[in-house]
Write a protein that binds this ligand. Structure first.
Ligand code: GDP
Length: 194
């Protein structure tokens, strides 16, 4: 089965996006770190499996050690299933992503989002960065250019529009750029199969 995985920190809007993409309501408010059951969905006339991987990074009420274990699980899951993973959606919160990345960098740590992006890239998994909660962002262009910079993508962000960088407001159902980007990756993958 072709699979699309959603990854991202807790609370960035993964469940909301899943619901918008698939039209199915998915259980939310689950305990952080609990692996969710993969969901099979028909989407765009094709059958896919959307897997919502547990949130990484900060999770309130989860001990550091357990957090590491979850991160390791996510990495293993993606490595073990890379063959069938058609695309990944790395979800970030547009409002806070730059601050979080810079805070980690300042401490000499590799920010989780940046690490995950490069990990997916190294595995050759086509990745869309869904920049969610854009309704809370005033300086859209600057924010998205900063994100490109942190991910090692040449600004301006418009160069990566509809392919890598997808600004969305999932809560209001505004996810067209994500749909377009995913459909593009699906088309590419199908063409490569022929
Ligand atoms: P998850 O933990 O990544 O699955 O995140 P959820 O989908 O549960 O969303 C976390 C919170 O962010 C919820 O309160 C959502 O209503 C809210 N949220 C999701 N998308 C958006 C958005 O586009 N804009 C805003 N302002 N809030 C959002």
């Amino acid at each position: 089965d072709d699979e699309i995985v959603l990854v991202g920190r807790s609370n960035v809007g993964k469940s909301t996006i899943m619901r918008e993409l698939t039209g199915h309501s998915v259980p939310t408010g689950q305990k952080p770190g609990v692996t969710r059951e993969p969901n099979h969905f028909d989407w765009s006339g094709q059958s896919f499996m959307f897997t919502d991987l547990p949130g990484f990074g900060f999770m309130s009420g989860v001990e550091g050690e357990h957090r590491e274990a979850i991160q390791t699980d996510i990495v293993h899951y993606i490595e073990n299933n890379a063959e069938s993973i058609l695309a990944a959606v790395l979800v970030v919160d547009g409002k806070s992503v730059i601050d979080i990345i810079d805070r980690h960098s300042d401490r000499g740590e590799i920010p989780h989002d940046v690490e995950m992006y490069h990990f997916l890239e190294e595995l050759g998994v086509p990745t869309v960065v869904a920049v969610n909660k854009m309704d809370k962002v005033d300086d859209k262009d600057e924010r998205l250019n900063d994100l490109c910079d942190r991910l090692g993508l040449f600004p301006p962000w418009q160069q990566w529009d509809e392919e890598v960088i997808a600004p969305i407001t999932a809560k209001a159902g505004r996810i067209d750029s994500l749909r377009t980007a995913l459909q593009g990756h699906i088309r590419d993958a199908k063409r490569d199969e022929l």
